[in-house]
Ligand binder design. Structure first.
Ligand code: CAA
Length: 264
């Protein structure tokens, strides 16, 4: 796998051409993984590589024990003008992760603040260490969330709690994050990476196209009415009966054996 300046990219498993997990570790320890332009370039290049690699069935993004990411890089942003931000369409390129088709897991330990919390929310599943701290403290810097926080946090935890976090800038711990629906699981810090890997390997053992379609169907619920979403689900559900993996999955159940999906 390619080497990068600000992240580590690894493959876990999947050497037989399927079922592998792409593993991205944010690696700017001195800046608590603050998200500068180089991190964004590196994450996008890594995602492109993992997208092209047919053996990869799921991706985990993680940080360090102290910080998943302490936000967008304040030192990089501080001197910028309105026109700098507008012309660069600053942060728009993070949409690459939102639009990434394979399933993604954020494994969060320590601080996930501002852009760090938003990066985690760009992933499909959030798993938190009991040490995790989430927040959108942009208001303390005289700005507001800029990588989707005002929208995705509100959809994830509801208006009252999102307003509370975004207007006060306060942090919440892992337990409150789970209670609020921001994260799906909280585990002891020393079990975080193993838990995330196990979840990713489980997903990667499924049919990749079916997992991609399942992800698409869930995401559709944020973009459509219930009737439209249900119609979308039914259409894609029916379409899966044109796949070899539907035949294999159901035959394996009937024959009482594990399925061997071909991703076709
Ligand atoms: N950008 C740039 N550098 C950062 C940073 C950030 N977001 N967060 C931390 N750092 C740097 C610090 O400047 C410091 O560098 P130096 O050693 O060169 O001074 C280093 O990382 C270690 O940080 P601290 O000494 O502050 O560590 P701490 O343990 O005392 O505090 C913290 C940890 C509470 C997370 C604190 O660093 C902090 O509050 N960070 C900023 C959090 C924040 O406001 N994030 C939102 C950013 S704006 C944003 O993300 C916009 C958006 O919507 C996309």
């Amino acid at each position: 796998m390619t080497e990068f300046e600000t992240i580590l990219l690894e493959r876990k498993g999947g050497t037989d051409g399927k079922g592998g997990v792409g593993w991205i570790t944010l690696n700017r320890p001195k800046a608590l993984n603050a998200l500068n332009a180089q991190v964004l370039d590196d994450v996008i290049a890594a995602l492109d590589e993992l997208d092209r690699d047919d053996s990869i069935g799921a991706v985990v993004i993680t940080g360090s024990a102290k910080a998943f990411a302490a936000g967008a890089d304040i030192k990089e942003m501080a001197p910028k003008s309105y026109m700098d931000m507008f012309l660069a369409d600053y942060f728009a390129r993070w949409d690459r992760l939102a639009n990434f088709r394979k399933p993604t897991i954020a494994a969060v330990s320590g601080y996930a603040l501002g852009g760090g919390c938003e990066l985690a929310m760009l992933c499909d599943i959030l798993i938190a260490a009991d040490s995790a701290k989430f927040g959108q403290p942009e208001i303390t810097l005289g700005v507001i969330p800029g990588i989707g926080g005002s929208q995705r946090l509100t959809r994830a935890i509801g208006k009252a709690k999102a307003m509370d976090l975004i207007l006060t800038g306060r942090m919440i711990g892992a337990e409150e994050a789970e209670r609020s629906g921001l994260v799906s699981r909280v585990v002891p810090a020393d079990e975080l990476l193993d838990t995330a890997l196990e979840a990713a390997q489980t997903i990667a053992s499924m049919s990749l196209p079916v997992a991609m379609i399942a992800k698409e169907a869930v995401n559709r619920s944020f973009e459509s009415t219930l009737a439209e979403g249900l119609l979308f689900e039914r259409r894609v559900f029916h379409s899966l009966f044109a796949t070899e993996d539907q035949k294999e999955g159901m035959a394996a159940f009937v024959e009482k054996r594990p399925p061997n999906f071909s991703n076709r």
